[in-house]
Structure formats: C-alpha cells, structure tokens
Design a protein around this ligand. Structure first.
Ligand SMILES: Nc1nc(=O)n([C@H]2C[C@H](O)[C@@H](COP(=O)(O)O)O2)cc1CO
Ligand SMILES: [Zn+2]
Length: 157
C-alpha cells in the first residue's frame, strides 16, 4: 500500500516558496515565490534580493533613513519578479505560489506574464493603498486567488 502521509501539491509548492524565502538577506521580510505550470511542473523560483553585482554587504537593508537612497526599497528585486525572470518555460496559464501577497508592481508583471492564479500565505500589507491597487488590477485581469496556510514542513524561526 502507498505511503499515506505524503504532502499535497499545495504544501509542496508553498514549501518550495518558503524554502526559497530562507535565502533572503532582508532582516524584516523574507519572501519566496514558486511558479507552477498546468502540468504541475515548477518553472521558476525566486526570493527577494539585490540584483546581480549589488553586494549584500554594501547596500542598505534599512526600512527607513534620511534619504530613500539609503534604504533597501530602491534596490530589492521582489520574489515574484525574480521567479518570473528565472522562469525556464512559458508562464502563460500558470500559478504563482508566494509567501506574501504581491505588491502592485509585481502584480503588473504577473498579469503581463499570463499567470492565472495567485496562491499566497500572508497578506500583512492588505490595508495599504498599494495593496488595494494590486487587488484592483488582479480582479480586472481575471486572475484567481486563494490564501493557504504555511507548510509545516518548512519553518523559518
Ligand atoms: N510581495 C512582496 N514580495 C517581496 O519580495 N517583497 C519584498 C520587498 C522587501 O525586500 C520586503 C518588504 O520589506 P518590509 O517593507 O516588510 O520591511 O519584501 C515585498 C512584498 C510585499 O508586497
Ligand atoms: Zn512586489
């Protein structure tokens, strides 16, 4: 008889996203993303980090500073953007598993890459205006969404 305690597809893909998030150097928010096509194949993964050549020890990781230039915000590539850029196959019709609901900028990339479903864990920024803008674009583009629990298999302490 087959093993009974195997993980579901959702647990597997969100687990891969959570594992990817563990690579993030961001001290406050670590995000991971995993793109899955209609054949249930993983075609791209990513986490939030600096662009190639921008050294983690030479760029700021602060959230606030006198100038925005001395914060992380102008520099970080979001997990979803990295997953899309890393995609090895056609993204049209695929799902993106992400540990945090996408921001407005990533939502534009998700729409333009033909991703049709967003599966996420946290929506801790749901009260912000930019989240509302992201949500509005997602609805207009007919992208479906669902929230799931984090995988117990991958923990980030
Ligand atoms: N969906 C997302 N994907 C991401 O990769 N990020 C990244 C950008 C920053 O590195 C970090 C958010 O930092 P903070 O504002 O919570 O300290 O997470 C943020 C969001 C939020 O929408
Ligand atoms: Zn984003």
């Amino acid at each position: 008889m087959k093993r009974q305690k195997y993980i579901s597809w959702d647990e597997y893909f969100i687990g891969v996203a959570q594992l990817s998030a563990l690579r993030s150097k961001d001290p406050s928010t670590q995000v991971g993303a995993c793109i899955v096509n209609t054949d249930k194949r993983i075609i791209g993964i990513g986490y939030n980090g600096l662009p190639s050549g921008c050294e983690d020890d030479e760029f700021p990781w602060e959230r606030e500073n006198k100038s925005i230039v001395d914060t992380k915000y102008p520099y970080v590539v979001h997990a979803e953007a990295n997953a899309i850029l890393n995609a090895t196959r056609e993204t049209k019709g695929s799902s993106i598993y992400v540990t945090l609901f996408p921001c407005n900028e990533c939502m534009k990339l998700i729409i333009q890459s033909g991703i049709k479903e967003i599966v996420y864990v946290s929506d801790k920024y749901s009260e912000t205006d930019l989240h509302k803008a992201a949500f509005k674009m997602m609805k207009a583009a007919n992208i479906s969404y669902r929230q799931i629990n984090a995988s117990e298999v991958v923990k980030n302490d």
